[in-house]
Design a protein around this ligand. Structure first.
Ligand SMILES: [Zn+2]
Length: 175
């Protein structure tokens, strides 16, 4: 019995450490989202961490590249796969400022990424619970642990600011 409080204390410390790690990496993803904003792109940034180290990073470049594949997550997955020399990104966490779309959620599944952390929900295109949930469907052979709402206000605020600024002149801009 005397061990129980001790164990609980250790587990809450490790939970706290995980939360601050998550915040740290979402902060890095936010810095990339700001770069997307500066490039007149929908401000979404992503990093992939492996053993506490960033091995892949990217921000949305869809308009710059004139290619729908250039979402932040796809770019980060591409780089991380190159670094690990494997299409399987096991033991990795993907951090992204906004809930992934169906294409990126699909790529997360395909890459066998075990953990996703995102900031703001995407009610119009999110595929991690907002519109559909591709990451926790028991019919698939891979499920992803999801943590949401990390630095949510900052991540959502950047999106709101972007759409306020560009919507008037660029009606075609959407997620
Ligand atoms: Zn996407």
């Amino acid at each position: 019995m005397c061990c129980i409080p001790k164990l609980m204390r250790i587990s809450s410390i490790s939970t706290l450490m995980k939360i601050s790690m998550d915040e740290h990496f979402v902060q890095q993803a936010l810095a990339l989202a700001s770069q997307a904003f500066a490039a007149n792109e929908v401000p979404i940034g992503c990093v992939i961490a492996h053993n506490g180290e960033i091995i892949g990073a990217g921000f949305n470049l869809r308009n710059t590249k004139k290619n729908t594949l250039y979402h932040a997550e796809i770019i980060a997955i591409d780089r991380a796969s190159e670094v690990l020399g494997d299409w399987r990104l096991e033991d990795c966490t993907l951090y992204v400022t906004v809930e992934p779309c169906p294409m990126c959620a699909g790529a997360i599944l395909q890459a066998r990424i075990p953990r996703l952390v995102y900031g703001a929900a995407n009610p119009k295109a999110g595929a991690v619970g907002s519109v559909v949930n591709l990451l926790n469907n028991p019919a698939f052979n891979h499920q992803v642990q999801v943590v949401s709402g990390i630095m949510e206000a900052e991540c959502a605020g950047l999106m709101t600011e972007f759409f306020k600024k560009f919507r008037k002149n660029n009606d075609h801009i959407s997620l």
